[in-house]
Write a protein that binds this ligand. Structure first.
Ligand code: GTQ
Ligand code: FE2
Length: 367
């Protein structure tokens, strides 16, 4: 249908549509059915130092307690109208807890994780199992588990939360419940290893007696030592001529649910990438959105038409179907190896579950 001049008759027709709460396709088809994704989220980068300074100030001024629930400050993508959404599906926030503070118990259908850039001293208590949080640890927590956090150290601690809040908000799927107002002393303990790790944290081994039917991973902590070791092994194997890396100089691991081998959470995929000193990646574009955080090293990142220098802690967003690439900056890094370590999370499991691919269907490599 070509757009014709607005005659009085057509004007009347459109008025009739509006009066009856109707809307024709032909005036909106380019917007509704573009030839490829046209994301409203935009590429954006946040400096960790800026986030940390504001979180510290919030620590002085804003108490944590029932009602507000968490001292969490979300990344608000400038393309998404000021909503606290990093992407259309993903929430990413810095959370800050002062010495001796408790974040009260609650549960919600939103799937969540914590990722720790630096520091220690906070235990997240998931289903009454206290789990230590330390640098490099990834701590998933599937929806509807009771959880609270407590800082047992003499120093404040900050970390990054990822949740599918915007996704569940868009589709009206959320439920939320307050838990007990204060947790027992037995739960405010500080074990080195959580019960979940003692049960599920042995590679390739599952407890025979436990019939695991929960959604998401029953393992509540993935420790940095294991992640680091896996990345190191991939790069070493590559240097010996064996396969395993994503591309030359680029190792990557994905956090998985030990009961299924699939993604660690139903709606969120999480990975760590390591790019060796001086390497760069081939440009890629995928359907679905991601949030990245620089875990170690420094480099140069290009997302769409934006190019940024990034250092430890910096966060950035890659919207759907937007080309992205990284370069590890040789020298001037704070890691011994000079490599660039990137933590990444995305909404890929949603798209895969719905059989929406990561590219145009007729061009999909695995179509
Ligand atoms: O720590 O339980 O950033 O419920 C947002 C919602 C953190 C949490 C967030 C939450 C939490
Ligand atoms: Fe929560």
């Amino acid at each position: 249908m070509t757009k014709s001049a607005l005659t009085p008759e057509l004007d009347e027709l459109y008025r009739g549509f509006r009066q009856q709460w109707l809307s024709p396709l032909w005036t909106a088809v380019d917007d509704l059915m573009p030839v490829q994704p046209t994301p409203t989220a935009i590429p954006h980068r946040w400096h960790w130092q800026d986030l940390l300074e504001l979180a510290e100030r919030a620590g002085e001024l804003v108490p944590v307690g029932r009602g507000g629930e968490r001292r969490a400050i979300a990344l608000a993508n400038p393309g998404l109208g000021g909503r606290p959404f990093a992407t259309p599906t993903l929430w990413a926030a810095i959370q800050y807890l002062m010495p001796g503070e408790d974040a009260p118990e609650h549960r919600h259908t939103q799937h969540a994780f914590r990722f720790v850039l630096e520091g220690e001293g906070v235990w997240t208590v998931v289903g009454q199992d206290p789990v230590a949080m330390r640098r490099g640890d990834f701590l998933p927590q599937a929806g509807w588990n009771w959880h609270a956090h407590h800082n047992q150290a003499a120093t404040p601690m900050a970390w990054v939360d990822g949740l599918d809040i915007p996704f569940q908000y868009a589709v009206d799927a959320q439920f939320f419940q307050f838990g007990r107002d204060s947790v027992s002393d037995a739960e405010r303990t500080t074990p080195e290893r959580s019960r979940s790790e003692r049960l599920w944290g042995h590679p390739g081994l599952r407890p025979v007696a436990v019939d695991q039917r929960t959604t998401g991973s029953p393992l509540l902590a993935y420790r940095w030592a294991d992640t680091d070791h896996a990345l190191r092994d991939q790069l070493e194997l590559a240097s010996e001529g064996f396969p395993g890396v994503l591309e030359p100089g680029h190792a990557a691991v994905r956090f998985t649910n030990p009961t299924t081998g699939g993604d660690v959470l139903p709606t969120i995929r999480a990975e760590v990438h390591r790019l060796q000193r001086g390497q760069d990646t081939a440009p890629r574009e995928e359907v679905g959105s991601s949030v990245f955080q620089v875990f170690d090293g420094s480099g140069v990142v290009t997302v769409g038409d934006q190019t940024w220098s990034v250092v430890r802690g910096d966060l950035f967003v890659v919207p759907s179907w937007t080309s992205y690439r990284f370069r590890s900056e040789a020298g001037s890094t704070d890691s011994d190896s000079g490599s660039l370590d990137l933590f990444r999370f995305s909404d890929a499991p949603i798209f895969e579950a719905l059989h929406l691919g990561t590219g145009r269907p007729d061009l999909e490599v695995n179509a």
